[in-house]
Design a binder for this molecule. Structure first.
Ligand SMILES: *Cc1c(COP(=O)(O)O)cnc(C)c1O
Ligand code: SF4
Length: 334
């Protein structure tokens, strides 16, 4: 469905307009897909509301209740179980200043914003206390001071939420501040926007990124090949040709991508867009998402089949995040 756009100077950019017009009602989403019969299988008043841009909905198959993209965003009644944790990866223990997570050597993660362009039901930060942990009003000062004081930190990872939900002006100011810290060499942006709102990759953003002195990497987040259609592939290719390294991480999700066929197609589609697979995460045991859990034996079996079918550089590393460990924990396959 296309919305009429009448943009004037000073108006929100296209992507902001699209974001403001994203679907937030399960009834509307099911109506769009001709799946009204699912209405009685929904979670009631989920604490994590539904949010999905129309560009993402367009890639779902009408009438398919098992669509792998739909399952990622629809609040299903199976969410209403008490199992799982609210801080599954020990984020709150690793927080140094508000929004800054220093878990691993040489690199820090900055929770740049609590906002996302999509709400993924399996999100490990769906219970994260953004309101109290976020740098208030984008006041980066305490985080920047911490970075200045630790010259063993070479890489800043912008995460969230989704850092690309910030507009170009805000991002530009943050980058400018980071560039002044002499020991920072690498900038990494963890974002789902090239996949869920490809219009976010606009010319202005590309120009800003190209001018940075950092070696810059995007870690995008796609779980299924159907997420990467023409617009997304084009946006990614544009980032790639601007000199940005492109990696992907996925979460292994029951019903979405828990088959070797799904993962092989995903790797191939990513490579076509210039993206290499990085991590395949085991689900973090987060409350409300346990119905996506895949057993470790099954995960190993799936990945072994993927390994036989693809060159090594198209096989993601199967990992689990354990609170208190010095890195992600690799799960070795036979
Ligand atoms: C995952 C993560 C990183 C990045 O780990 P890499 O193995 O370098 O990708 C850094 N900080 C935190 C807090 C993380 O959760
Ligand atoms: S985009 Fe990332 S942070 Fe946001 S809801 Fe999805 S998984 Fe969570």
């Amino acid at each position: 469905m296309h919305t009429i756009k009448l943009l004037k100077a000073g108006d929100p950019a296209d992507w902001q307009f699209e974001l403001a017009n994203a679907i937030t009602s399960a009834d509307e989403l099911l109506y769009e897909l001709g799946l009204e019969q699912l209405e009685n299988k929904l979670a009631h008043n989920p604490d994590f509301r539904l949010l999905v841009p129309r560009a993402f909905v367009k890639k779902m198959q009408k009438g398919n209740a098992d669509d792998p993209l739909l399952l990622q965003v629809l609040p299903a009644s199976s969410e209403n179980t008490p199992s799982g944790l609210t801080d599954p990866v020990g984020d709150l223990n690793a927080m140094t200043t508000p929004g800054l997570l220093h878990k691993y050597k040489g690199r820090v993660l900055l929770v740049t914003t609590g906002a996302c362009a999509i709400h993924c039901r399996y999100c490990f930060r769906r219970h994260f206390p953004y309101a109290s942990s976020n740098p208030r009003k984008h006041d980066w000062k305490p985080a920047l001071e911490y970075l200045y004081a630790h010259d063993d930190i070479h890489e800043v990872i912008l995460s969230g939420g989704d850092p690309l939900v910030l507009d170009n002006a805000k991002l530009g100011r943050l980058f400018a501040a980071l560039e002044q810290i002499p020991h920072l060499q690498w900038l990494r942006i963890h974002t789902r926007l090239p996949v869920v709102l490809p219009s976010r990759i606009d010319d202005e953003l590309i120009t800003i990124l190209q001018k940075l002195r950092f070696r810059t990497t995007f870690v995008i987040h796609a779980n299924h090949a159907n997420e990467l259609m023409m617009d997304e592939v084009e946006a990614l290719q544009q980032l790639g040709s601007s000199g940005i390294t492109l990696l992907n991480q996925s979460v292994l999700l029951k019903g979405v991508n828990d088959s070797s066929t799904a993962l092989i197609s995903l790797s191939k589609r990513l490579y076509q867009a210039g993206v290499l697979p990085y991590y395949l995460h085991m689900l973090d045991p987060v409350q409300g998402a346990m119905h996506f859990d895949v057993q470790q034996d099954r995960a190993i079996e799936i990945l072994d089949t993927v390994k036989q079918a693809l060159p090594g550089y198209l096989v993601p590393r199967l990992v689990r995040e354990k609170p208190g460990e010095a890195s992600k924990t690799a799960i070795f396959t036979i």
